[in-house]
Each structure stands twice: as structure tokens, then as C-alpha cells.
Design a protein around this ligand. Structure first.
Ligand SMILES: Nc1ncnc2c1ncn2[C@@H]1O[C@H](COP(=O)(O)OP(=O)(O)OP(=O)(O)O)[C@@H](O)[C@H]1O
Ligand SMILES: [Mg+2]
Length: 249
């Protein structure tokens, strides 16, 4: 049940996007990806899913190619890549996760409706289920997409910058659900250019800037040398002050 990424590389018309990244993730791991804007975090997630072509690389889950098991992956793209003007209700956004499982032409039955309802309750968005997605705040929209991921009942969860622009309540809901999914043995791969306090929840952190600069616990990864390689010299540390003081004294 291991997610195995070997030598993943991406070129954008001759320009390096990602340089031969390799790592493995065991079930029940909450793994963060960190790196500056343009480091290739989104590129990596998209290339793993086959949404953009890879120049090289082998991505396997349970020893089979991941792109043949996409129904097992719940992917929430970065905000900027979602069309928020699309005229669809909160309920139907979440139901899309079920329709994808059942096939587009089958009417969802009672079990699917129950799954959607429970997912919306878990993210505290059930009261706004009839609203259009474009009529929600950024944090509420992020929670709806989290509900959609839950309704998919996937084994792997890829979230691209889920904390961007969300308030403390939404951040707490996201972290609570991520840690619950970890307890259920799911694999979680979550990108953020700035982790803040949430970094303390991670089992493991991948520091990226085109190549994989470091891979380990947040404390092992966020060393001054690694940060310098990833961000250059003028960095404000992305670690919360309590961890920061341990590292930089
Ligand atoms: N469709 C594309 N065509 C050409 N270059 C691209 C394309 N998408 C991304 N890039 C480039 O690839 C690099 C990695 O981009 P990517 O979006 O993966 O970074 P990121 O780490 O997700 O950044 P951010 O923190 O801003 O979300 C950047 O230099 C970017 O300009
Ligand atoms: Mg990105």
C-alpha cells in the first residue's frame, strides 16, 4: 500500500519544472510539501496524477501505476485553478465525487446522498448546501472541496495549498480532518508555501525547489542550510517561533 515516486521530472517546453524527484510514502502518513513560489509543488502533484506530462518517472501505488487508479486519489487543486464562477451548488460539488465513482449517468442513491450529507456536516458546511459555490467565502469554498474529497472515500489525498486565504476556524477543521484521515491509514500529501503552526502536525516534510532538497521530519528538514538552498539567503523562517528558536540558536 505504498506510494512510490521514482525519478519524476517535468519540463515545460524545455524549461525545467521538476528535477528527478524520488520518495515513498507509507499508509497513515501526513506529508507536507514546502518550497517557494515556483518551486514545483503544484507541478509535482499534477505530474503524479498524469494531469501534465512527465519527462521521466514512475509513480506507483500498491505496485501498480497510479494513473490507472485515479479513483483512489482525492485531489483538491490550488484555488487559482478552480473556476469559481461555474454555476453549481455546494451539494452538487460534493456529489460530483460520488457521480465519478458511480458513472455520470446513474442517479445517486440513498447511500451516496448520506455520504455527501455526512461529509458536509464534518466540514460544517451543511447549512449552506444550496448556495452556489461562487457565493461562498474562500475558506468556505476550501471546506466544500474538503467535503468533496471526503465523499470520494479515497485512499490518497492530495491537497494543493489548502491553507491559502483561510481563517483559523477553517484551518482547524482542515487539520482535524487531515489527522483523522491519517489515523484511518490514508496517505496525505499537502503542499503549502508557508506552513505556520500547522507544520507541527506533519509526520514528514518534503522541501522542494525544482529538486528535492530535503525529506524528513519538519525539524530535520527546516535547517538553516536547507532553507538557504531552497529560498536563498534573505529568508524569514517559515517555522513557528517555538520550533524556530530551537533551530536557529
Ligand atoms: N503550464 C506551464 N507552462 C510553463 N511553465 C509552467 C507552467 N506551469 C508552471 N510553470 C512553471 O513551472 C515552475 C513551477 O510552477 P508550480 O506552479 O509548480 O510552482 P509552485 O511551487 O506550485 O508555486 P506556488 O507556490 O506559486 O503555487 C514555475 O517556474 C512556473 O512558472
Ligand atoms: Mg502551486
Amino acid at each position: 500500500m505504498v506510494l512510490d515516486v521514482q525519478q519524476l521530472a517535468v519540463d515545460y517546453r524545455g524549461v525545467l519544472g521538476l528535477d528527478r524527484i524520488s520518495f515513498q510514502i507509507q499508509p497513515g502518513q501526513l506529508v507536507g510539501i514546502v518550497g517557494p513560489n515556483g518551486a514545483g509543488k503544484s507541478t509535482m502533484l499534477k505530474a503524479m496524477l498524469g494531469l501534465i506530462p512527465a519527462k521521466s518517472g514512475k509513480i506507483q501505488y500498491c505496485t501498480c501505476p497510479l494513473h490507472r487508479q485515479l479513483e483512489r486519489v482525492a485531489y483538491v487543486p490550488q484555488r487559482s485553478q478552480i473556476d469559481w464562477d461555474y454555476p453549481i451548488t455546494v451539494w452538487n460539488v460534493v456529489m460530483m465525487a460520488r457521480t465519478r465513482q458511480l458513472g455520470w449517468f446513474r442517479t445517486p442513491g440513498r447511500p451516496s446522498k448520506e455520504i455527501v450529507k455526512t461529509a458536509l456536516e464534518r466540514v460544517e458546511m451543511d447549512t449552506l448546501q444550496h448556495r452556489r459555490i461562487g457565493e461562498l467565502s474562500g475558506g468556505q469554498q476550501q471546506r466544500v472541496f474538503l467535503a468533496r474529497a471526503l465523499a470520494q472515500q479515497a485512499d490518497l489525498f492530495f491537497f494543493d495549498e489548502p491553507f491559502t486565504g483561510v481563517d483559523q476556524k477553517t484551518e482547524a477543521i482542515l487539520i482535524k480532518i487531515f489527522t483523522e484521515l491519517r489515523t484511518q491509514g490514508k496517505i496525505l500529501l499537502i503542499s503549502s508555501h508557508d506552513w505556520g503552526d500547522a507544520i507541527t502536525q506533519l509526520d514528514r516534510l518534503l522541501l522542494l525547489n525544482q529538486r528535492l532538497i530535503a525529506d524528513g521530519s519538519p525539524q530535520q528538514v527546516m535547517t538553516p542550510e536547507n532553507l538557504k538552498q531552497a529560498y536563498g539567503t534573505t529568508l524569514r523562517s517559515p517555522l513557528p517561533p517555538n520550533l524556530d528558536s530551537n533551530l536557529f540558536c
